[in-house]
Design a protein around this ligand. Structure first.
Ligand code: NAD
Length: 502
């Protein structure tokens, strides 16, 4: 067991980054605990309304000049930020493992995906182009221009602490807006590092600010008259009932990307070794704490006799359980580890309650992760192993709720239509995967399934930075999505100019 060097050696006292300065908050502080070692790595301020208001004030002042800065010059700041992020790639990744618990491989993937958004946003002179048409009537021309709106608020979740704010921040800045970011207070360290690099990249004071904290900062953001719009990523109850609702009441633009319960559907003609390998990262990667994680595995017997279906079903379940049993659990800074702990002990307790619920509901527990074998001498506070239920029916709580842990529910379906009905009966619509060799089944699946992202022989259907990060039903509230062209539209107002000259 070789543990990579930890980039954080002593407890850090975090600050807010407002108007180009690092400042203390008047609020209390809270511990940020490494979920593997249980050591306190930082103290994060739980900021006040006054802290947030100061950041908005600075952003509002910075906006007129930043808006007038040519898009190419704004893009150059992002080029510098991209270079700095690359130079700090490994450190940023290790910080994520320390603050969140994910494996170093997962952290490196997250860093890469985050940087890709900075790269795409550097294309802003092209992305922000308007359109025009001559002679809309005799001697009259019309053109559309896109203008920034002012100050936006960004609220991040704990599960992708580095990447998620980058679905929005680079585009907000590139389009000429100013932003105030509120990271998750559970793991804010990689965002602090981004703020340091943004400062080094020469992003002017006030254009980018970071205010740590929790509900008070969120409610200040939702009520502040100078916040033009809010990008939220987190759970459905907060996204729908707090953020989306209040933005509607106060007339702010809003993107609320929320919770999920994703299905993987395995057809009889699927390439099983590849399917199972893909399912392992999808169900258990990031310890199940992914909005694109699959959580329900539906094994379909379309075209098979009852006997053939039994044999196929048992084969898939056995392969799935065997592969899950082999997952190596421990500290993510050991490169041989495949699964880290949950973010904290409270989350573990919640997952255990769901496992108990599954047992009480009559599902068969094929693999019990409640006492996992941990590689290394780490406290078991937040560790939980892969857990697999079979004989699950789609109406069971463990098949309906977002558990957000490494718990798989295996469900039977005789036909693909039945499997699609199950997906549609679930309240969420973030993503779904189909494993098959049939183009006909694949097309039917992508055509009919009401989910924002579809994977065909892909377990984690994660849209890259130039595609929107979509979602349907209880997984998304809003109209335009994060990333790519859609977020450029979100951060700009379309204005149409019609002119004639005498
Ligand atoms: P969360 O809703 O608990 O917190 C999200 C953010 O809201 C945090 O910054 C938090 O400080 C703040 N917050 C929490 N409770 C609040 C309240 N009552 N009032 C105001 N603000 C509040 O979510 P989380 O646990 O940090 O993240 C996990 C959730 O995020 C999961 O449901 C997951 O599916 C979802 N998620 C969705 C996507 C997506 O793109 N759809 C991506 C990542 C995560």
């Amino acid at each position: 067991m070789a543990i990579l060097e930890e980039p954080i050696k002593e407890t850090l006292q975090l600050q807010n980054y407002i108007n180009g300065d690092w400042v203390d908050s008047e609020g209390e502080s809270k511990d940020v605990v490494n979920p593997t070692t249980q050591k306190v790595v930082a103290r994060v301020p739980i900021s006040t309304r006054e802290d947030f208001d100061a950041a908005v004030e600075a952003a509002k002042e910075a906006f007129p000049d930043w808006r007038r800065t040519p898009p190419l010059a704004r893009a150059r700041c992002l080029f510098r930020l991209k270079t700095l992020l690359e130079e700090n790639f490994e450190q940023l990744s290790r910080i994520q493992t320390m603050e969140h618990g994910k494996t170093i491989d997962e952290s490196r993937g997250e860093t890469r995906r985050g940087i890709e958004n900075v790269e795409v946003a550097t294309g802003i002179p092209s992305l922000m182009l308007g359109t025009s048409l001559e002679d809309i009537a005799s001697g009259i021309d019309a053109y559309l221009i896109r203008q920034p709106l002012g100050v936006f608020g960004i609220i991040g979740p704990f599960n992708f602490p580095f990447m998620v704010p980058l679905w929005f921040v680079p585009y907000a800045i590139a389009t000429g807006n100013c932003v105030v970011v509120k990271p998750s207070s559970e793991d804010p360290l990689s965002q602090i590092k981004i703020a340091e690099l943004a400062e080094e990249a020469g992003i002017p004071p006030g254009v980018y600010s970071l205010v740590n904290g929790g509900r008070v900062v969120v409610s200040s953001m939702l009520q502040h008259p100078d916040i033009k719009g809010v990008c939220f990523v987190g759970s459905t109850p907060v996204g729908k009932d707090v953020v989306y609702k209040q933005c509607g009441e106060t007339g702010k633009r809003v993107i609320a990307q929320c919770g999920a319960k994703n299905f993987a559907v395995v057809m009889p003609d699927a390439d099983l070794p590849r399917t199972i390998a893909s399912c392992m990262t999808s169900f258990f990667g990031n310890t199940g704490q992914r909005c694109l994680a699959n959580a329900n595995l539906v094994i379909v017997g379309e075209g098979l006799s009852d006997r053939e279906y039994d044999a196929f079903y048992n084969k898939v379940v056995d392969m799935f359980v065997q592969a899950a049993t082999n997952i190596r659990i421990g500290y993510g800074l050991d490169e041989s580890i495949q699964m880290g702990p949950l973010r904290d002990g409270e989350k573990k307790k919640k997952v255990i309650r769901y496992i108990e619920k599954g047992i009480a509901e009559g599902a068969k527990l094929r693999l019990d992760g409640r006492n996992p074998k941990i590689i290394g001498n780490w406290p078991d506070t937040a560790f939980i192993g892969p857990t697999v239920f079979e004989d699950v029916t789609p109406d069971m709580v463990i098949a309906q709720d977002e558990i957000f842990g490494p718990v798989a529910a295996i469900i039977k379906a005789r036909t693909l239509d039945q499997a699609i009905d199950m997906i549609h009966d679930n309240p969420f619509g973030n993503a779904a995967s189909l494993f098959t060799n049939s183009g006909r089944w694949a097309r039917k699946f992508q055509y009919e399934v009401e989910c924002g992202s579809i994977g065909i022989n892909v377990g984690i259907a994660a849209p890259m930075a130039f595609f929107p990060f979509s979602g349907m039903k209880d997984s998304f509230f809003g109209t335009l999505h994060g990333q790519g062209q859609e977020i450029v539209r979100f951060f700009t107002e379309s204005k149409v100019v019609i002119q004639r000259w005498f």
